[in-house]
Ligand binder design. Structure first.
Ligand code: ZN
Length: 115
């Protein structure tokens, strides 16, 4: 049986929960927000305050509010760019191997380690 080649389309985005990202395309282009969750298998991120969608909720119990709820929906990873905490610029993420062999993220703009 032939060994299946691993698909390369699972891009490592370098974006983690807690990062600040800039939305570069879509209706929220230009918005910045904190990453609440990353879904690498779907190539999507959930960003606080970005990409609100209205959900119609039915009142099912007395203690639950009915009506319209606004919730963040995930955005595609390719639509989000990491904002460097050092230079505050949206940047691509680089990787640096430290002397002890550990891999860290770096800012392609200012070269600082992003952690
Ligand atoms: Zn930077």
């Amino acid at each position: 049986m032939a060994v299946k080649q691993k698909k390369k389309n699972k891009r490592k985005a370098g974006i983690k929960t807690g990062d600040t990202v800039l939305i570069i395309t879509g209706k929220d282009a230009g918005e910045r927000g904190r990453v609440i969750a990353v879904f690498p298998e779907k190539n999507r991120v959930l960003v606080e305050g970005v990409n609100f969608v209205k959900k119609h909720a039915r009142r099912t119990r007395e203690d639950r509010k009915g009506g319209i709820h606004e919730l963040e929906a995930s955005v595609d990873l390719s639509n989000a760019m990491l904002v460097c905490p050092k230079c505050k610029q949206p940047t691509r993420v680089g990787h640096i191997i430290l002397a002890d062999g550990s891999k860290v993220r770096s800012c392609k703009k200012c070269g600082e380690i992003v952690e």
